[in-house]
Design a binder for this molecule. Sequence first.
Ligand SMILES: C[S@@+](CC[C@H](N)C(=O)[O-])C[C@H]1O[C@@H](n2cnc3c(N)ncnc32)[C@H](O)[C@@H]1O
Ligand code: SF4
Length: 485
Amino acid sequence: MPPATSAPATVATTTAPSPPATGAAGTDPVGRPAPSRPPQSSPLQLLLKYDKPVPRYTSYPTAAQFHSGVGPADLAAQLARPSEEPLSLYVHVPFCRHACWYCGCTRITTQLGSKVVAPYLKSLQLELELIAGLLPQRRRLAQLHWGGGTPNYLNAEEQSQLWNLVTRHFDLEPKLEASIEVNPEFIDQAQALHLRALGFNRISFGIQDADPDVQRAVNRVVPVEQLRRVMGWLREARFESVNVDLICGLPRQTPERFHTTLELVRELRPERISLFSFAYLPQQLPLQRKIAAADLPSQRQRLAMLDDASQLLGAAGYEAIGMDHYALASDSLAIAAREGRLHRNFQGYTTGGELDLLGLGPSAISQFPHLFSQNQRQLNGYNAALDAGQLPVERGLAVLEQEVLERRALIREVMCHFRVELELDRFASEWSDLLALAADGLVTLSQNGDLGLVEVTTEGRWLIRTIAAVFDPSQRERARGSRLI
Ligand SMILES: C[S@@+](CC[C@H](N)C(=O)[O-])C[C@H]1O[C@@H](n2cnc3c(N)ncnc32)[C@H](O)[C@@H]1O
Ligand code: SF4
């Protein structure tokens, strides 16, 4: 899954382009013909012109706005509200056996295995007990996601323990979507069967790039034969949906090498593909300093790779979903996109975005319509809060203003459905920024009385975050003085 709670904070500020999201046969994800207009610049020129840091908008406001004024009492008050609605539960498993040098996820590299897992499960148990004690009634889960780090760092017995901890406090809906991220380096057939037997019906594993030279350059070597074996085991275990993660922009990647990776993915035929653009932030992520900037592909090469992915996957029956996902037409994400039900949260594009999201574990984010709360990001701080009998909330954001909620809805529409309607008298300066983007062929604009309709063009889909940023005052502030919005 896209790294959002678990998602690498870094990806949230990547400057890299996103793949165009044309649907099958020139239609958009909801089946309409994609509006087109002759671009005045080539896609590469547009990318270079607009290539500035823009959030990925897995939330609005973004995590960059979180502050320590939000704490345990805010989450406690939120949890104490009665609700009959099911929840989405995210469990963060922060451990990894080794570090992949590109990685921006919140994680801990350790070889200690059960020595770190046992106390961690104890902490999760304390956190769950605190939460359950605050909920006025037992709640159901419609979605459960284990992310990381590496959830399959846990052995089978530890996985069962964690599953039982969750089910001790929550009821599972019959149609529960239970998903887990695994590292393919060390999953085996027994583990695949065990996860399925526990109740997981969706699974995701990272390929990133299948080329041995690229893999060595990022310290993550997984032979193609192992990737094929893993997919075979997941199919035998009958997971309903398999996702693979790819990254475009890794060191020593070339369009030719990436094409081979894409051909492997076409052969493996997962239901979903996440294609992230490499967020290279060596200033913030010391591990990434092991990657030389000179080894990174050029923007032209990145564009060629994303274009190739769009064409090859499109021809193989995948529909482009939102900014960075592909899914087979029969997959629930593709169906949600076609029906206009796509949402976006810290886990990326989702079908259940209207649900309250409760996050467990260090760095995990909980999301309610009027509150974000993020747990302590350091394991020590997280453990200390729980030992003191407190919810381990470190920071967050209360979202009460109507205008902020409206902007959130506008950004979500743009990011998920590539079109949005707005009241012209209230968003006049945004409209004038959009006119500049329209002149570059990124959007088409039309007016109907007091309403303006914005439709993202095929070219504009590469720069969807830039278009969404028009509705984000903090980004407009940053961009003041430059031509970009
Ligand atoms: C928690 S990991 C996936 C599960 C498992 N740990 C693994 O490595 O297979 C989440 C995903 O985030 C993506 N990711 C991590 N760091 C990134 C970065 N700097 N830029 C883009 N994508 C990144 C990778 O595709 C990775 O598979
Ligand atoms: S195994 Fe996954 S979470 Fe861990 S460092 Fe590698 S990509 Fe990041």
